[in-house]
Design a protein around this ligand. Structure first.
Ligand SMILES: C[S@@+](CC[C@H](N)C(=O)[O-])C[C@H]1O[C@@H](n2cnc3c(N)ncnc32)[C@H](O)[C@@H]1O
Length: 195
């Protein structure tokens, strides 16, 4: 697969998918990539890599080394498939495990995305921030009220700077017999900040 564009927002349908592994949709993914403020030559961590779509986009944008973590073996297999498909498998270290167990073993990085924190949002956010170099960027997405509250508290307690909280509700067009209507998806909260 050759992706010739230097812009984020790879169409979802270009990624391999499986029924039980979620993907961060392309419009939300574009916002995440923008808020990461990526630079060439950085190292990044993708926590809860799922389909691998964010790891793929970070790698294509910057040729960054990305540590992609997921606790679900199906997600790990799918991430490997998609990294191979987009020719960036060599940029990544794919790790099967819970973020709270894996993070302490990783080096310091410049960018971290958190897409899944099952069970221990507070601990995962704090561990992630302990792996972020000064000036590095953290982006966390969630659709769950409980995660949103715990994430904000953990970021504030860790003194993350310039915390920005953006809520996005994407609506997509759908053709009907009488015209084109917009169908809304669930709101997504996107946290970002600088260490
Ligand atoms: C919404 S999906 C992320 C989708 C992904 N960003 C993508 O683009 O495909 C959340 C993922 O986080 C993983 N996850 C949840 N809690 C986790 C944890 N504590 N450690 C590692 N992975 C976790 C889930 O298995 C799931 O694949």
């Amino acid at each position: 697969m050759t992706w010739n564009y230097k812009t984020p927002g790879i169409p979802d349908e270009l990624f391999d998918r499986t029924e039980n592994v979620p993907i961060t949709k392309e419009d939300i993914r574009s916002i995440i990539i923008s808020k990461l403020r990526l630079r060439e030559g950085i190292t990044a961590i993708d926590i809860g890599c799922g389909s691998g779509s964010i790891t793929v986009e970070i790698s294509l944008q910057t040729r960054a080394k990305v540590f992609a973590i997921d606790s679900d073996m199906d997600a790990i297999n799918l991430t490997e498939k998609n990294l191979t498909k987009f020719g960036v498998l060599n940029n990544a270290v794919i790790i099967h495990g819970r973020a709270q167990d894996v993070l302490p073993t990783l080096p310091m990085v410049e960018a971290i995305v958190i897409g899944g924190t099952t069970g221990e949002t507070d601990r995962i956010v704090k561990l992630a921030l302990s792996k972020l170099n000064k000036g590095g960027r953290l982006v966390l997405t969630s659709i769950l009220i409980e995660t949103i509250y715990n994430a904000l508290k953990a970021m504030q307690e860790s003194n993350l700077q310039d915390i920005d909280i953006t809520q996005v509700t994407i609506a997509k067009s759908k053709k009907t017999s009488s015209g084109t209507m917009m169908i809304s998806r669930n709101p997504v909260i996107i946290f970002s900040g600088t260490k």
